[in-house]
Design a protein around this ligand. Structure first.
Ligand SMILES: [Zn+2]
Length: 71
């Protein structure tokens, strides 16, 4: 029996429920607050990390011309 994850839209409580094939889960109730029609979450989903952005920022510090004053 497949287990689906649901998230309550009222209190954001995440819970798992046994759901038959074809059921929408609209009749489910949040065990925390009792709100109906929780959001169905896609569990067991391979979330591949996105490519890291190459950040190349060279900080060029301008050389301040030293004013050499003799005397
Ligand atoms: Zn809730």
């Amino acid at each position: 029996m497949p287990i689906y994850e649901y998230k309550c839209a009222h209190c954001n409580h995440i819970f798992e429920e046994f759901q038959k094939s074809g059921e929408t889960g609209a009749n489910l109730k949040c065990p925390a607050c009792g709100a109906t029609a929780p959001e169905k979450m896609f569990s067991s989903f391979a979330a591949s990390g996105l490519g890291h952005t190459a950040s190349g920022s060279g900080s060029s510090s301008g050389h301040s011309c030293g004013s050499g004053g003799f005397g």
